[in-house]
Write a protein of this length. Sequence first.
Length: 120
Amino acid sequence: MRTLCASTLISEFFVIGFAGLVAMKSDDLSMTAVWTVCGIAMLLSLLLCAVITRPGGVQLGWAFQIALIAGGFVVPVMFFLGVLFGGLWWASVHFGRKIDVAKAHWAEQAQAQTSAEPQT
């Protein structure tokens, strides 16, 4: 699960950076405010990669996805991209857990096979 979720978060890192470039064109926002918010969001996406397997990590990832969608109030295309990445986040968590279960099962089978072989 960690690999899939981290891949989604790293992709979001770049999308947030590009959204910052788009938000800079707005006359209502100062460049300092845009890059402060984008910088914090980009840093959070990297930090979430580190804590994704810890208790509450997936829930923090969901909160991050909601914040990404809320970015659509500043950059309207983020509504679409936020929902798209929310779907990718769901898929990463869902299929990542299935992969983790399958890996554990394969490791268990390999261990059982190794211990069942006669010692020579």
